[in-house]
Design a protein around this ligand. Structure first.
Ligand code: HEM
Length: 446
């Protein structure tokens, strides 16, 4: 096969496109794919990267030829917190852990978490006062963190677990700061943030290990919470379970992967609703018709399709996971080009989800677009908010269920609007895509 000529922005002599990318990653990538097509070459300093924007190639990378890739290096930072959990492990180890964890995330099982999700959402809105200003981005983070903590540990929360919330926050802040900071200060240097992180990590470890120990001793299977599922999981091949260290790493993994993404998605949803009263009205009509004032349950979800489509449309416009990277480990042919070990391929949900070829008026917020057969009519990887293949988001059903239940609980009682003279709301692509500087909103009782 003759090698395809790959083009891309030339960038500056030494740094290449690094600074152009850093200045505005979303628009830089979108522009690059518009200008140069399905495969764009770019250089960040000495590193060669390729932006892949063809859904069939993306499918090859994530699914059919995934054995030729590893997750890219950026995640090494996360390892400081999540160890060798399924987010960061590779190959056989990943496969085994994934097999052990999969049953806990099946739809039938996570349904039982619906009540917790609604409990916490109701507690939150019951604490809101008509007309007050709230930092909604913070409210959403606290809410999803409370929900994941409760679904993880269940009702028998031991003393000390209250510290977990704070420790996780410190840990997550550290990961996202490290991942986005240009100068990587080694962990051993005792800066304030490194010290804080160390302390937080130790608090977390102590709390988690003590809960694990208690659970192993008591031999009660818990109440179906995630931790008890992880402790009970046995590999079908050799009937062994996880070590304490593995359980600890997976607990941390789920905390890290499982709350900020959903919180940011909800923040974007509430922002979009505030900008589109016609969508908000249709949502109210659906909620009032289906629930008639009572509290939502998982059994109502099949009838709350407009609410769910609002979440899908939010994930299209502001995909919390806005880019997936893979590093080539074995030379591999994609789209007529052979990529070499060490090269990085980038796939951006943000870019793909706003491609006019697949989405009519791609920048418009229109939940109705998901009502027909859209997802069957477009290529599978034109829309991939949860990734795909063996590393597809394990929490995808959890996230959609959680986001829909929270959205419905909020919208049933409140209307949210940005405060007057709120600065323009812009997406900030850190580890996840979040509203830059947060969302300050007035909550108005309906
Ligand atoms: C709207 C919310 C969420 C979004 C947009 C999202 C997105 C993603 C994406 C794109 C991946 C694949 C990354 C890659 O292939 O490199 C992923 C992986 C993962 N997600 Fe989510 N996620 C969300 C919520 C959750 C929740 C609620 C949980 C857990 C309760 C979770 C747990 C995980 C885990 C453990 C992985 C790693 C899976 C593996 O590598 O085998 N996520 N997520």
């Amino acid at each position: 096969m003759s090698e395809m000529q790959i083009v891309g922005p030339k960038g500056l002599p030494i740094t290449g496109s690094l600074f152009a990318f850093r200045k505005n990653p979303l628009e830089f990538l979108r522009q690059a794919s518009k200008e140069y097509g399905d495969v764009v070459h770019m250089r960040f300093g000495p590193r060669h990267l390729y932006l892949i924007s063809n859904p069939d190639y993306i499918k090859e990378i994530l699914v059919t030829k995934q054995g030729h890739f590893h997750k890219a290096k950026g995640l090494q930072v996360a390892k400081a917190v999540v160890g060798e959990g399924i987010l960061t492990s590779e190959g056989k180890q990943h496969l085994r852990q994934r097999r052990l964890m999969q049953p806990s995330f099946r739809q039938e099982h996570i349904r039982s978490y619906g009540e917790t999700m609604v409990d916490y959402s109701e507690d939150m809105v019951n604490g809101w006062h008509d007309g007050e200003e709230r930092l909604i981005t913070k409210d959403m983070m606290e809410l999803t963190l409370a929900i994941i903590t409760k679904t993880m540990f269940g009702t028998n929360i031991t003393e000390g677990v209250n510290d977990i919330g704070h420790a996780i926050e410190v840990g997550l802040k550290y990961v996202s700061r490290r991942a986005s900071s240009f100068i990587d200060i080694p962990e051993a240097i005792p800066t304030r943030s490194n010290r804080e992180f160390k302390e937080a990590a130790q608090t977390l470890d102590r709390a988690i290990y003590s809960i694990i120990e208690e659970r192993r001793k008591s031999e009660t299977s818990g109440q179906g919470d995630l931790l008890s599922m992880l402790l009970a999981a046995r590999d079908e091949e050799d009937n062994t379970g996880m070590t304490d260290k593995q359980v600890r790493d997976e607990v941390m993994t789920i905390f890290v992967a499982g709350h900020e993404t959903t919180a940011n998605t909800l923040s974007w949803t509430l922002y979009l609703l505030s900008q589109h009263p016609e969508v908000e009205q249709k949502l109210w009509d659906e909620i009032d018709h289906v629930l008639n004032g009572r509290r939502v349950t998982v059994n109502d979800l099949p009838k709350l399709k407009y609410a769910e489509n609002i979440i899908w449309e939010t994930l299209r416009l502001y995909p919390a996971a806005w880019m997936i990277n893979r590093e080539v480990t074995d030379a591999v042919e994609i789209g007529g080009h052979v990529f070499q070990p060490g090269e990085t391929l980038m796939m951006s949900q943000y870019v793909m989800h706003r491609t006019p070829e697949y989405f009519d008026q791609p920048d418009h917020f229109r939940p109705e677009r998901f009502e027909g057969n859209l997802l069957k009519e477009i290529p599978q990887f034109a829309f991939f908010p949860f990734g795909g293949g063996p590393r597809v988001c394990i929490g995808n059903h959890f996230a959609i269920m959680e986001a829909t239940l929270i959205l419905v609980t909020i919208a049933q009682k409140f209307q949210l609007r940005l405060i007057p003279d709120h600065p323009p709301v812009e997406p900030e692509p850190v580890v996840t895509l979040r509203p830059k500087n947060g969302l300050h909103m007035i909550v108005k009782q309906r």
